[in-house]
Design a protein around this ligand. Sequence first.
Ligand code: AMP
Length: 551
Amino acid sequence: MNGLMQSQPLLISSLIEFAERHHGDAEIVSRRVEGDIYRYTYRDSASRARQVAAALDAMDLVFSDRVATLAWNGYRHFELYYGVSGSGRVLHTINPRLHPDQIAWMANHAEDQVLCFDLTFLPLVQAIRAKCNTIRHYIALCDEDKLPKDSGIPGLIAYESWMGAHSGNYAWPSFDENSASSMCYTSGTTGNPKAAMYSHRSTTLHAYAAALPDVMGLSARDAILPVVPMFHVNAWGLPYSAALTGAKVVFPGPALDGKSVFELIEAEKVSFAAGVPTVWQMLLGHAQAHGLKFSTLRRTVIGGSACPPAMIHAFQEQYGVEVLHAWGMTEMSPLGTLCTLKNKHLTQSAEAQTAIRMKQGRAIFGVDMKIVDGNNEELPWDGEAYGDLLVRGPWVVKEYFKSEGGDPLVADSQGRGWFPTGDVATIDADGYLQITDRSKDVIKSGGEWISSIDIENIAIAHPDIAMAACVGVFHSKWDERPIVAVVRKPNTEVSREELLKFYEGKTAKWQIPDDVIFVEAIPIGPTGKVLKAKLRDQFKDYRLPIVGQKP
Ligand code: AMP
């Protein structure tokens, strides 16, 4: 017997419809590429998203055609999120920090028909245009009078004139909730990138889950600042969860330096922000250097790479901001786990609570996870055993776009497919996940594994160190030994010996890196993660100073 409830497809358009109807006057505030602050409401935004949908319908596009964006976090990008997907097309957000050849490759692979871009990226679009074989329409996200005269892009149109020519009286179409809604290429460092293809159903379920109290805890009382870019994994789903809750949204545009972000947080009374550790490093650096305090910021989600304990401490102890450590990946839309305490932890000491908060957190309902050994046997949840992390759930990929890379799933004894994350992790008895490393970044020393994340976290806890990245280098006896590349804070002088001494007592002796190398900068990739492959390449001819007898 079937249930007798209405069957309504979970469509992205319903989120903005809901926000318009129930939170019509809630604000969406954007720092624009033009430099000014632009403010309007969900009501305005919903109407303009419908205009975008009508404008797309008026083009020679069919259902599921791909519409690409090269854009910062802002209200026009937000309208495209809804207008493109809501009208049945697929939003392809492209990371502008990628190499132009890679961007052109992705546009061709996705068979993008339209490219909408912020004027910041005009030179980039000019550079790739000749290589993009499928794009037929180029739209600059600006007013008509800002449209560059000699762009060299035939038929370039201004977004405001393009969508402004259509009425907001558009009725959102209804279709299968499993239809593709948006896509994002992974930041894979080897081989061609592969695309995760999200659906209306997966995106809506993810938006529901993200808003839950033990996840991001979003509400109509929040003012949220997604610093995490809308060009990578849908800004962790925040543009959808915001509409679902009616939270005020504050978009930072291109100004991501500590000063600009701090000023926006204060001016717009931001209560919740989300971003990768490298961005928060700049924010904290600015606040610390100028003796500033946050007056409204209460919570910040930090993920994308391991959040150093020193950052969790600084936010909590110095600024009273709760850090929610999160883990996920492009293939998971991206949320997998988020770290919040359980009731029984509330009576524990501050130290014990912080130790929990440093982990990547508990699985969100909808995400099933397990760790396995080399024979695909599940390992215990004891916080000690570490193994390959596998996941499954309705917002986890089952295959990549165009079946790139073949079937990625690993079948269990019941024939269920699990996605191998490529991460190595432990899970404790309370279900808290801790990422040890990317499997390819783990350092294998004399048959034992050393977590590069642990080594980096200790270095960053030193008051003179701004950034650290640990890689393994060849060792004739132990196969590999860790070395740590560090960037000193300005006007500090910590020496190699002092830093090595700092490790003593904080980790097992044999895990202490064999060398410290002071560098000007650590290579950061297009999604804000340390480029370990590049660093390994940089140190490929490196020889350890002393052939040690460790461990
Ligand atoms: P991406 O698909 O570019 O979002 O990258 C996903 C990968 O980033 C994951 O598989 C992890 O290796 C890493 N990652 C994401 N969040 C965290 C975190 N909180 N701690 C450690 N690694 C993380």
